[in-house]
Design a protein around this ligand. Sequence first.
Ligand SMILES: *Cc1c(COP(=O)(O)O)cnc(C)c1O
Length: 377
Amino acid sequence: MIPFNKPYLTGKEAHYIYQAVSSGKISGNGIFTKKCQSFFEEHYNFNKCLLTTSCTDALEMAAILIDTRPGDEIIMPSYTFVSTANAFVLRGAKIVFADSMANNPNMDVDKIEALITPKTKAIVPVHYAGFACDMDKLMELARKYNLYVIEDAAQAIDNYYISKDGTKRALGSIGDLAAFSFHETKNIISGEGGMLVVNNKKFEQRAEIIWEKGTNRSAFFRGEVDKYGWVDVGSSFLPSEVIAAFLWAQLENMEDIQAKRKSIWNTYHEGLKDYAQKNNIKLPDIPSYSTNNAHMFYMVCESLQQRTEIINRLKTNDILSVFHYLSLHSSPFAKDKHDGRILSESDRYTDTLVRLPFYYELTDNDIAKVINIIKQI
Ligand SMILES: *Cc1c(COP(=O)(O)O)cnc(C)c1O
């Protein structure tokens, strides 16, 4: 059996968890949490990082930080995970769904200006498969209309946006805020886990307070205030040190993990490109402004029927391939709230995108087997 995903363990996770447990401090914001946060801040030029229990939680923190209120409109792609939308729906916002691009499931930035109204508060780009949205264009639009940008960078760890002048900036370092996931299906994992990146300095202090249940406890521990209390809304968004210790083992092996994943990605691409072209299947079209962090390998089929055939044929051979999002604008929860615009690209990815098995321990033999079965169709 070749599964779709298999969480990779570097071998050091249990060791660091043991270390965290025997230190006697296993609640949040301890040594391992700080090590992980500093790692990200230093490696990716993120202004301030706070580990969270999930990307979903980081998005919820972002929604609180920008002061989302009933009546606010938030623009995001329809082709995304429910958490991108739920975070803002929980605060009463109206979601305005944008269509994807023809050559890439990311939001089509050229179609966003038409969706902006006086009620628009933020744009939430999702870097699908880790590939960058067109951030320079998006940030320009956000500046013009005075909107916040919150990057859903759940899949985009260790990936970069390349500006026209060649400058590279890590995804997650560009928007006012960004959310990452360390769920076991992502490149770098901790079972469940996530991170909020606070790039806009005006949110720094409040982010810490919301993270710590609405108290100024972090400032208290730094000696900045002499007692701590309830100063704002908040919740328990911090992961325990057990989770952070696990994550630290992964971060120490990040280069190795990423090199392996990129090699798997390239093997798929090389092995499938001729077949794809002959059969009207599109392989990922990496934008010129994005690098590739090898988060997943997907194909966009010509039709639902062709995709079903590929999934079934692989399944008959004990290989699990899976489709992905169902357009949120036509979901049972959102369809009566949606304004009726037809988002045909998003619906097309809903019907035709398929993801192939992708994990660190996938061998060259496994990949060859997947490719050969697809080629027989
Ligand atoms: C995985 C994912 C999430 C949710 O991440 P969790 O850590 O499971 O909460 C949100 N958005 C996108 C685009 C994702 O891929």
